[in-house]
Design a binder for this molecule. Structure first.
Ligand SMILES: Cc1cc2nc3c(=O)[nH]c(=O)nc-3n(C[C@H](O)[C@H](O)[C@H](O)COP(=O)(O)OP(=O)(O)OC[C@H]3O[C@@H](n4cnc5c(N)ncnc54)[C@H](O)[C@@H]3O)c2cc1C
Ligand SMILES: Cc1ncc(C[n+]2csc(CCOP(=O)(O)OP(=O)(O)O)c2C)c(N)n1
Ligand SMILES: [Mg+2]
Length: 570
């Protein structure tokens, strides 16, 4: 049947299982928007194209399906750059579709022309420029395949206006991807498996480093079986949180710059690190020259480029984590590691001392209280937390105990402020049955708060907890520690968030006392629509512990007054 490129586009997206896209129209993508009338796909009108990319990203991270964002050429496409880079750094599968000027105009500085494939080359897994209607079907099929296979990531498809308008014969069948040079399937050799098992069986002080790759691979059960059979404690990266249950006796919490002190020490004293789908980010390792000096290292990783990139390893098992663990598990011997686990328990100390619920209420509201109360309030319910970037993000990682994968969605690698609200909208669109909370700083919220209107227009109940400390808190903390408390450009004026919410028809409340936290959360739950809570917290609190840039992982800055301990850092 003869169809336009624009019609083929939506049909192919439907073939890929797409039901929702996030976008913003404009001249060069108008033929595609016009053809939406033939499609059942739901289009969410965003308020800024960055929001569309974060929504697609949140959608993907919450569901495991590919998220889709649409924009016009020029400024529409360049507004997507931050969201694409965010997805790239965290291996999130999204497909971004942009309109482009007519193919004959390319290179002429035509109205709203930007070389978006050139701009996004280093921040996409792959990108395409489509100039004929007959290229649309194959390109969409390949884009979804590349985005979701191997190490996932963002793919951009730039479609010229004439490619959308012109016609070709389309039989409606899915075109298979044809990418002879792209081989995402890898598997280790029997010798490599044996080397890994030998190291695991001879280790006395092993630790598993659990990363985001566990979630991407769907290997939660295998990781748990592995850890339990070999009795090996598990430390998690920020993006790994939820991949292994926080309440499991072998869980040691988060590692790294703001990770648990006992875990960082454990890693430094280990004789074997077994890395599962994590990439030894600098926030995780601290100073590389002093990182886990006595440990052999095994790295199970799907992207060969990550192996020996930051940390030199003794054995690399290149492949999909779930498949690799399924090979290893039948040969893995049961072990005890009693002394090592007892030693780590002593490092942890008495956890009730650190239990924030046991601290006296000194009249101040700490972000840690808010987050810990939210965790307690939502235990046992299907809850997804989406954070923005900064201190509140780290406190979330420390005080919200994640039991299941895809329950914490956060920008780790790029650390993109403005991520939380739009990503949470994407999460709610993907998982309408879940209770979705955006935990966001007063700074980051103001970067993308225009998306409140998207949330209201779409009738999505996202609960928003603004952790309002009157500062760009994480930067203020660095100024406090490393720049003689010179608080340059970090005190932050904000609008009256309750009135702002009111202007959008969103119910809102301001909270500045601990006793109000739980009742306000209960009100939020009972209310049918979205709720925004402005938590006015202690202004100059800091996240502890902290590994200063360039310091060894075990050299942590600790909270000066343990009585005011708010982090798990006794
Ligand atoms: C303010 C701030 C502070 C931070 N502090 C910390 C901190 O204290 N601690 C911390 O941990 N992080 C911290 N981060 C986050 C940090 O920057 C990294 O984003 C994070 O450590 C990366 O975790 P990851 O390696 O598990 O995930 P990713 O970066 O997503 O890497 C996943 C890895 O898994 C691999 N993979 C993907 N699929 C598979 C598969 N199927 N099989 C096998 N492998 C696969 C990928 O190739 C990749 O190498 C912080 C971020 C910010 C913004
Ligand atoms: C887009 C962007 N710009 C700048 C930064 C640098 N940065 C990291 S954390 C932070 C402060 C965040 O402040 P706020 O949103 O109020 O959160 P808080 O740290 O106070 O919890 C800044 C400016 C960033 N991560 N992203
Ligand atoms: Mg702040």
């Amino acid at each position: 049947m003869i169809k336009t490129g624009a019609q083929i586009l939506w049909e192919c997206l439907e073939q890929q299982g797409v039901t929702t896209v996030f976008g913003y129209p404009g001249g060069a993508i108008l033929p595609a928007y016009d053809a939406l009338k033939y499609s059942n796909i739901h289009h969410v009108l965003v308020r800024h194209e960055q929001g569309a990319t974060h929504m697609a990203d949140g959608y993907a991270r919450a569901s495991g399906r590919v998220g889709v964002a649409v924009a016009t050429s020029g400024p529409g496409a360049t507004n997507m750059v931050t969201g694409i880079a965010t997805a790239m750094l965290d291996s999130s599968p999204i497909v971004c579709i942009t309109g482009q000027v007519g193919s004959k105009l390319i290179g002429s500085d035509a109205f709203q022309e930007t070389d978006i494939t050139g701009v996004t080359l280093p921040i996409t897994k792959h990108n395409y420029l489509v100039t004929h209607a007959d290229q649309v079907a194959r390109t969409i099929s390949e884009a979804f395949y590349v985005a979701s296979s191997g190490r996932p990531g963002p793919v951009l498809v730039d479609i010229t206006k004439d490619a959308q308008q012109s016609t070709c014969d389309f039989d409606g069948k899915t075109v298979e991807p044809h990418l002879p040079g792209y081989r995402p399937e890898l598997s280790p050799t029997p010798a490599e498996y044996k080397q890994a098992l030998d190291l695991i069986h001879s280790a006395k002080r092993p630790v598993i480093l659990a990363g985001h790759g566990i979630v991407l691979s769907g290997a939660m059960e295998e990781v748990r079986n592995f850890a339990e059979r070999a009795n090996i404690p598990v430390g998690l990266t920020l993006l790994g949180l939820g991949a292994f249950p926080a309440s499991h006796p072998l869980s040691l919490g988060m590692m790294g710059m703001h990770g648990e002190a006992w875990l960082n020490t454990t890693i430094q004293e280990a004789d074997l690190l077994i890395a599962f789908g994590m990439r030894f980010d600098d926030r995780v390792t601290g100073n590389l020259s002093t990182y886990a000096p006595n440990a052999k290292k095994i790295h199970i990783e799907i992207d060969r480029a990550e192996i020996n990139k930051n940390v030199k390893v003794d054995v690399a098992l290149a492949g999909d984590l779930k498949a690799v663990l399924r090979e290893l598990l039948p040969k893995l011997k049961a072990q005890e590691h009693r002394d090592w686990l007892a030693y780590i328990d002593r490092l942890k100390g008495d956890s009730s001392v650190r239990d924030i619920q046991n601290l006296p209420d000194n009249g101040h509201l700490y972000a840690a209280h808010v987050i810990n109360d939210l965790w307690r309030e939502t235990i046992g319910r299907d809850t997804v937390i989406v954070t923005d970037v900064g201190q509140h993000q780290m406190w979330e990682a420390q005080y919200f105990k994640h039991e299941a994968p895809r329950t914490l969605i956060t920008s780790g690698g790029l650390g993109t402020m403005g991520f939380a609200l739009p990503a949470a909208i994407g999460v709610k669109a993907a998982r309408p049955e879940a209770e979705v909370w955006a935990i966001v700083g007063d700074g980051g919220f103001q970067m993308t708060m225009c998306e409140l209107a998207t949330m209201v227009q779409e009738n999505l109940k996202v609960n928003i907890a603004i952790i309002n400390n009157g500062y760009l808190g994480m930067v203020r903390q660095w100024q406090e520690f490393f720049y003689d408390r010179n608080y340059e450009a970090t005190p932050l004026l904000s609008p009256n968030f309750v009135k702002l919410a009111d202007a959008y028809g969103i119910r809102a409340a301001a909270v500045n006392q601990r006793s109000q936290v739980v009742p306000t959360m209960e009100m939020t739950r009972k209310h049918n629509g979205p709720v925004l809570i402005d938590f006015q917290v202690e202004r100059e609190d800091s996240v502890y512990p902290m590994v200063a840039a360039g310091a060894a992982l075990h050299e942590m800055i600790r909270r000066p007054n343990p009585l005011e301990e708010t982090a798990g850092d006794a």
